[in-house]
Write a protein that binds this ligand. Structure first.
Ligand code: ADP
Ligand code: MG
Length: 724
């Protein structure tokens, strides 16, 4: 891909494209998880005892002994070799949103010059990639750059097939020589265990006797755009920044809402079929797909899984989606706002916590007894959103998601929680102490019969909330389409752990002073609601009134940009949250702040440079060519006595000059170097550079409407959005 194809060449290529080839789908039973070394395959390959040991580790996260690791490694290698694999890789997830891998051969040579394969337990367990160039936020100095990957047995290994051969992929954690987390998986695993510890305490106090290990679950809905690669090749901005930095609004956008759930174009269907079959082979349960609101936008949602596995699968899904799209002549855009004025893409992270003995703790269940557990866990989430709202905003902050949050199609940049009418009433009644007074005498049951068989919310009932209860889970809707789900999951699990710890402390006291369990629960929840009920909001999150009220009356924070949001990582309460739960040490947390801030600054600088480049080398020349054409034409026309309207030329000249002036200011801003600190630098990007980019764009987009169509260099919105 070069970015140098012209727009007219792109249109010609697309017009002459070969017809779409439809392959015959294979039955699910044949392809499901065929490329995954899952428990089923281990059971076939291992002795009874070895299988029992590894199964226990997979299901509870407990330690694995070296001897078992050796036999698992041998079986894994045999299975992979039987599939034509020659290389293996510890795959890991650095602090950026990417997936990293380094490939090693199974091969070793012997003294006779022959080649054999080798893969021991220690090779399986530990790898040492030269990962010194991964951002680590000064956690590793280059002179102490050793980083290790270590096998995560709770996420299954799999084989990845590419044109360049097949590789055994081993999901791993990534840490520094001193044991600090350099990745997104370690905090996720730790947050899960902190949540489990706290939940165990609460459930024990509630009189539960058998309590299995609790785990969090995640089902992520992924939105994306597909653009024909020929158009992408003519748009350096799409190729390098993942979004259009220029482009006038099309005559037809999404006004008609005719794309949402409409018929999927055939070429896209064929792509989806191959994409989903690949997911099935990799054991990823793709469940629904449909067109999204914007033209050219689609969604895929796999069935939910344990958070750690879901997070790995989500990363894999994004990789497979991009590579499959490429095979089908599309560029897959995961950017949160590829087209100005057209809906952006999010990733709704559906999240719940549960275990095999109590089930899903965010499901109201069938009995009042379940209701009490449910209310405590739901209350814990409310407290978390209130107390750590800025943290939830910070973990979804990125240069690209800033374009989407707060726009009138995506959740606001203010974190509140939506419960639905029924549940909101219940919590407000608890706050007022109403439910208790209504239950006079006899066994107290909180009078909560109304939330039994809680009405499930089949769809997005309140699309304007960033964080919504949807019947048996919470849906974090403000997450960006290109982001790893790990950050949000870590924040949710950790805030829940903290709230459950708080609840456990209060409940223990309340239970000693009150004979009745439900009275004790109600008193704890009443206090919780008094302190944190302000986070609950069921109205229109897009409205001006809410923006005012949230800040002025509720004391919630509106953090519109990443520059505003990231400093939450440095707040005392957040540092304490992560330290007290053991999820991230202060150094590890600070390193994340540094990495994310740097990423933010880099992405805006790359975009700004692209704006200068495209405006100067593509748009300005087009405007000037057209002006000279108009000049020539008007003089020869004048010879013939025809009076050409020169106001067009004047408008073009004015816009071109305006653009050049804006570009000059932008270039100067990009060259600015002296900043007091990283926060000041972020604000400069957010407040100065982005404004100058917008100013340049405004002139360029005006030119698009004036310059002759055949001279315009960049594919236009209506072409990219509607030609499939
Ligand atoms: P909608 O578009 O209405 O939000 P979808 O059906 O597209 O809903 O996606 C819902 C997602 O939530 C799916 O990934 C689904 O598997 C997941 N999900 C369902 N129940 C739970 C749960 N208890 N915990 C976590 N995720 C869940
Ligand atoms: Mg949803």
């Amino acid at each position: 891909m070069s970015g140098n194809q012209t727009r007219l060449q792109a249109i010609e290529q697309i017009t002459n494209r070969a017809p779409t080839l439809v392959s015959t789908p294979e039955p699910l039973s044949k392809i499901w998880a065929e490329d995954v070394f899952n428990l089923q395959k281990m059971e076939e390959a291992l002795s009874k005892n070895a299988f029992k040991a590894i199964k226990k580790t997979v299901q509870t996260g407990g330690a694995l002994d070296a001897a078992t690791a050796d036999v698992v490694a041998a079986a894994m290698k045999d299975w992979a070799l039987s599939k034509g694999v020659k290389f293996y890789s510890h795959i890991f997830y650095p602090m950026t949103n990417i997936t990293a891998e380094k490939h090693d051969g199974f091969i070793v040579t012997n003294s006779d010059g022959g080649a054999i394969t080798e893969f021991t337990g220690s090779l399986l367990i530990k790898g040492e990639p030269d990962g010194s160039s991964f951002p680590n936020g000064s956690l590793r100095m280059t002179n102490a750059a050793r980083g290790y990957t270590a096998w995560d047995p709770t996420s299954p290994a799999y084989v990845m097939h590419t044109a360049n051969g097949s590789t055994l992929m081993i999901p791993s954690v990534f840490m520094s020589w001193t044991g600090e987390a350099l990745d997104k998986k370690i905090p996720l695993l730790r947050s899960n265990s902190a949540m489990n510890d706290a939940a165990q305490k609460v459930l024990k106090l509630m009189g539960e006797t058998e309590i299995a290990t609790l785990n969090s679950s995640c089902g992520a809905e992924q939105e994306y755009f597909l653009v024909d690669e020929n158009f992408a090749n003519a748009r350096p901005d799409l190729l390098l920044a993942g979004r259009t930095l220029f482009g006038a609004a099309p005559a037809k956008g999404q006004q008609f809402d005719d794309h949402y759930f409409g018929a999927i174009p055939e070429r896209v269907q064929v792509f989806m079929q191959e994409f989903e079959d690949t997911l099935y082979k990799l054991g990823i349960p793709a469940k629904t797909h449909h067109n999204e609101v914007a033209p050219g936008q689609f969604e895929i949602a796999p069935y939910y899984e344990a958070a750690n596995v879901a997070a790995d699968h989500q990363q894999l899904l994004m990789t497979v989606m991009k590579s499959t799209a490429k095979k089908h002549g599309f560029l897959c855009l995961l950017h949160e706002k590829p087209f100005a004025g057209i809906n952006g893409s999010g990733k709704h992270v559906n999240w719940s916590v549960g275990n095999s003995t109590q089930g899903n703790l965010l499901d109201p269940g069938q009995t009042p007894h379940d209701n009490l557990n449910f209310l405590l866990f739901c209350g814990a989430v409310i407290r978390g959103v209130h107390k750590y709202g800025p943290l939830l905003r910070a973990v979804i902050a990125s240069a690209s998601n800033d374009h989407r949050l707060g726009a009138n199609e995506a959740p606001p940049a203010i974190l509140s929680v939506y419960l639905g009418d029924q549940l909101e009433t219940v919590f407000n009644d608890i706050k007022e102490g109403k439910l208790l007074t209504s239950a006079a005498g006899g066994e107290m049951d909180l009078g909560l019969a109304q939330i039994l068989n809680f009405e499930r919310d089949p769809g997005d009932r309140n699309r304007t909330s960033p964080f919504a209860f949807t019947g048996n889970r919470f849906e974090f809707r403000a997450v960006g389409s290109s982001q790893s789900v790990s950050g949000p999951l870590v924040a949710m699990n950790t805030m829940l752990a903290d709230s459950l710890n708080w609840i456990a402390e209060k409940l223990e006291v309340a239970l000693t002073t009150s004979e009745d369990q439900s009275v004790a629960v109600a008193s704890v929840l009443k206090e919780l609601m008094e302190l944190h009920g302000n986070a609950i909001f069921g109205g229109d999150g897009y409205s001006e009134e809410w923006h005012k009220m949230a800040v002025a009356e509720r004391g919630l924070k509106n953090l519109p940009t990443t520059a505003d949001a990231l400093p939450a990582f440095r707040e005392k309460s957040v540092v304490e949250l992560f330290e007290s739960t053991g999820v991230l040490s202060p150094v590890e947390l600070e390193s994340r702040y540094e990495v994310y801030a740097e990423q933010y600054i880099l992405s805006i600088e790359v975009e700004a440079k692209l704006v200068v480049d495209i405006a100067t080398t593509k748009i300005y020349p087009a405007a000037v060519s057209y002006l000279s054409e108009l000049g020539l034409t008007s003089s020869s026309m004048a010879d013939l006595g025809i009076d050409l309207d020169n106001s067009l030329a004047a408008s073009i000249a004015a816009e071109a000059n305006g653009m050049v002036a804006a570009v000059a200011k932008l270039s100067e801003a990009i060259a600015t170097k002296d900043f007091a600190d990283v926060e000041a630098h972020m604000h400069f990007c957010a407040d100065v550079i982005r404004d100058l980019m917008d100013e340049t764009r405004a002139h360029a987009d005006a030119l698009e409407a004036l310059v002759a169509d055949e001279l315009w260099p960049l594919p236009k919105y209506q072409e990219m959005l509607f030609i499939k």
